[in-house]
Design a protein around this ligand. Structure first.
Ligand SMILES: Nc1ncnc2c1ncn2[C@@H]1O[C@H](COP(=O)(O)OP(=O)(O)OP(=O)(O)O)[C@@H](O)[C@H]1O
Ligand SMILES: [Mg+2]
Length: 380
């Protein structure tokens, strides 16, 4: 009997995993390796062959500060559940003292205050975002290097057996959870590697691949020094984030600007308008929001301060109206943006017809000199 042999392709991804990966790519910039690793884990979950009695994955995320570690987890929540907050997040720094552990797991019955403590980690809390099609939970332990000994003990149990026993003896099952543990251990050393790089001031000390390798080494060595073998052995994957280059940071600025534009489009004030930035305004925001030491960590704050606050004032004081086109510029020698109304009500858009997503695509493909968003009514 002739046998038929068919070569299979294990690298092929299912459409839902491809969608997951694409969604992450649209949100997280310059961290392709991290995204690929995460989507592999997701593929195993989707195939239904995750190891029983363990969390779906124990992932240790390392790398420079402000490089997107926490953002990746939020992005996964957005893609899977439509909400960046669909993550159970434990800030380990808040539980440095062992007595604070009762906030996490509740205190045993009979203890003073037993009834008043509502543990942060419960089965309901973990499972609350699951949907019929995605019975998976995202659990994030942020700044894990700051955990107290008592928290470490809890963590080791969760990582190994996927269970946690609460103060009142109820059990919490993590076997449908992806566990993310983040740490910026070694970030001081990484910052000194990156210094002078970041593309802002031309070439740094190392080329891209070299820097990537050095960051990887610094992060993994710092982790091995700090974390016990017991802990490291329970980690399925160590994912090291890269330090971001100027081109990544520019892309992050675009993503954040787009989010602000979306907020404006969804605002209930009935004064939807479009804004665009001159290239000097972009440069200004990049410089304000980004620095070699903190990556993009301060970008959002800079945008709130220099864009969202002044814009809110302009809206509240009736200087901006529905359909306006606003240009944000930096006058030479000044240290804050200037706002100009190009044409009053030029873009009058019946709210019911307006589709921000469509406008955004139309606008970004239009791309005038230094423009970020321009709404072209003809593109409707
Ligand atoms: N790679 C990235 N892609 C998109 N946005 C990013 C990226 N890195 C940073 N950001 C932006 O910067 C903010 C801070 O990044 P994030 O909180 O992910 O840093 P982190 O790596 O967790 O740093 P830390 O170690 O200090 O916690 C994010 O909310 C996001 O706006
Ligand atoms: Mg973080």
């Amino acid at each position: 009997m002739a046998t038929m042999r068919l070569m299979l392709d294990p690298a092929k991804r299912s459409p839902e995993v491809q969608q997951f990966e694409d969604g992450l790519r649209r949100r997280v910039v310059g961290q392709d390796r991290a995204i690929r690793q995460l989507s592999r884990v997701y593929q195993v979950f989707r195939a239904g062959i995750s190891a029983p009695g363990r969390p779906l994955a124990n992932l240790l995320l390392l790398g420079p500060t402000g490089s997107g570690k926490t953002r990746l987890v939020e992005a996964a929540a957005e893609v899977l559940f439509g909400d960046a907050r669909a993550v159970l997040k434990v800030d380990c720094a808040e539980f440095q003292h062992s007595h604070e552990i009762s906030k996490l797991v509740g205190s045993p019955p009979g203890y003073l205050g037993h009834r008043e403590t509502h543990p942060l980690i419960t089965q309901e809390a973990i499972d609350q975002y699951q949907t019929e099609t995605t019975q998976l939970s995202l659990v994030l332990f942020d700044e894990v290097e700051k955990a107290s000994d008592a928290l470490w003990q809890l963590l080791l149990g969760i990582l190994d057996k996927a269970t946690l026993t609460l103060g009142d003896n109820r059990r919490v099952d993590f076997s449908r959870s992806m566990l993310f543990l983040t740490s910026n251990l070694g970030s001081q050393e990484m910052a000194s590697l990156v210094e002078g790089t970041l593309g802002f001031v031309g070439a740094g000390k190392f080329d891209d691949a070299e820097l990537d390798h050095k960051i990887y080494k610094t992060a993994s060595e710092a982790a091995r020094r700090k974390f016990s073998p017991e802990f490291m052995n329970r980690i399925d994957r160590v994912i090291v984030f890269r330090s971001l280059q100027r081109l990544h940071l520019e892309a992050i600025l675009d993503i954040e600007l787009e989010r602000i534009q979306e907020r404006i489009m969804k605002s209930t004030a009935g004064k939807q308008f479009v804004f665009q930035l001159t290239s000097s305004a972009r440069d200004f925001l990049l410089l304000e929001g980004i620095d070699p030491k903190y990556g993009a960590r301060h970008l959002k704050r800079a945008l709130e301060r220099h864009l969202v606050f002044p814009i809110s004032n302009l809206v509240a004081t009736d200087q901006i109206h529905l359909g306006d086109l606003i240009t944000v510029d930096i006058e030479p020698g000044t240290t804050r943006p200037t706002f100009f109304k190009e044409e009053s009500g030029a873009l009058v858009i019946p709210a019911a017809q307006f589709n921000p997503a469509k406008a955004l695509t139309a606008a970004s493909s239009a791309g005038g000199p230094g423009s970020f968003l321009t709404y072209h009514p003809s593109a409707e």
